[in-house]
Design a protein around this ligand. Structure first.
Ligand SMILES: NC(=O)c1ccc[n+]([C@@H]2O[C@H](COP(=O)([O-])OP(=O)(O)OC[C@H]3O[C@@H](n4cnc5c(N)ncnc54)[C@H](OP(=O)(O)O)[C@@H]3O)[C@@H](O)[C@H]2O)c1
Length: 322
């Protein structure tokens, strides 16, 4: 496993991190909890030392599982969690105090500390962010209080889907240690402004959704059926399944590779940018851990492959209704 410094935190994090949203969430169906726990153990055994979770994943149950696994593994693992907003922003225009207040940030962090069974969270993130909030409300006082009391070591935010530029002012403000952002073969937009700004400011970049929720694994086709009530029925609604499959076929065709090799390429694409310290694919099985560890250990892609991938940029927002 290779490691990189996570911006100004100075933490040396594994290039492959672990995304746990699907591990415990009412939105992802079909998770085998025992297999998910074994997968977390296997990843830690392979050198993964960065796990991303959130208070809202399974209403605390994901944090409890992560805490248990990390304790029993006995390895040094950095845990990143997230404070949910008081209300999830449905539309632009929400003001900071409607999303995060100092007291809310402290209260949620204390719940996360209890769930995780730790004295301090290595990286606490706001689960959503808008640069409009930079000078609004008292949220920063909550972050300062937690740092002063030793309850969090570092502080970051997670950007709204496909809005990497909606954290530029924060990155330049010096208030934040890390930014978590969607970056993958299709949404390459963080390269334009966010990555250079983060590198200049020493802000660590954590990449989420490297597989476009499955679209970039090649496994989503027009005939794919997700379990009823699984949230991906909305994400891949209507013609979208056929559309991503066509795009995936075009990609592997241009690269001259088999569809089975796409997950490896998709992951290595994210790790090929020097601004990226760690990528956190969602994993629920040991088979996926094995294949993603192998991909991360294969290093950066060749420039000739990257040039081909650049021409497949396709930015859109499937998290929004059609
Ligand atoms: N707002 C936020 O802050 C936010 C939002 C979204 C995600 N996140 C974080 O980012 C993490 C990653 O995002 P994500 O899980 O939503 O999406 P993702 O990583 O793009 O995709 C996850 C999907 O990829 C599949 N997969 C993983 N490895 C594979 C492999 N080697 N071959 C084939 N398929 C593979 C998984 O399979 P299975 O279905 O079999 O598990 C799952 O269906 C989350 O777990 C979470 O920690 C944060």
């Amino acid at each position: 496993m290779s490691y990189a410094t996570l911006g100004r935190t100075g933490l040396s994090v594994s290039s492959l991190g672990y995304g746990t949203w699907g591990v415990s969430s009412a939105m992802w169906l079909g998770t085998d909890q025992d297999e998910a726990a074994r997968s977390l153990h296997q990843a830690i055994g392979a050198g993964v030392n960065f796990i991303d979770t959130a208070l809202s994943y399974g209403d605390g149950s994901c944090e409890r599982l992560v805490g248990e696994v990390v304790r029993s593994a006995g390895a040094e693992v950095y845990i990143a969690s997230k404070v949910p907003p008081i209300e999830w922003p449905e539309a632009p225009g929400m003001r900071a105090p409607e999303a995060f207040t100092a007291d809310w940030i402290v209260e949620c962090t204390e719940r996360s500390l209890r769930n995780l069974g730790v004295e301090a969270i290595d990286l606490q993130q706001l689960h959503v962010w808008s640069d409009d909030w930079l000078t609004e409300g008292d949220w920063i006082e909550g972050v300062d209080r937690l740092r002063k009391d030793g309850k969090i070591r570092f502080f970051g935010i997670s950007t709204l889907p496909h809005e990497p530029n909606n954290a530029l002012a924060l990155v330049r403000s010096g208030l934040v240690d890390t930014v978590q952002v969607i970056y993958n073969v299709w949404d390459q937009s963080p390269e334009d402004e966010l990555f250079p700004a983060a590198q200049e400011a020493g802000v660590g970049i954590i990449v989420r959704v490297p597989f476009d929720e499955g679209g970039l694994t090649g496994k989503v086709t027009a005939d794919t059926a997700f379990p009823a009530d699984d949230w991906r029925n909305d994400y891949f609604a209507g013609h979208r399944k056929a559309q991503v499959h066509e795009r995936a076929q075009a990609l592997v065709g241009d690269l001259g590779i088999a569809m089975e090799a796409l997950p490896e390429i998709a992951l290595r694409f994210c790790l090929s940018h020097s601004a990226v310290s760690t990528v956190i694919p969602g994993m629920r099985t040991r088979a996926h851990v094995r294949s993603n560890v192998k991909a991360a250990e294969s290093g950066r892609l060749r420039d000739s492959d990257l040039a081909i991938l650049r021409s497949h940029r396709w930015v859109r927002n499937f998290y929004e209704d059609e």
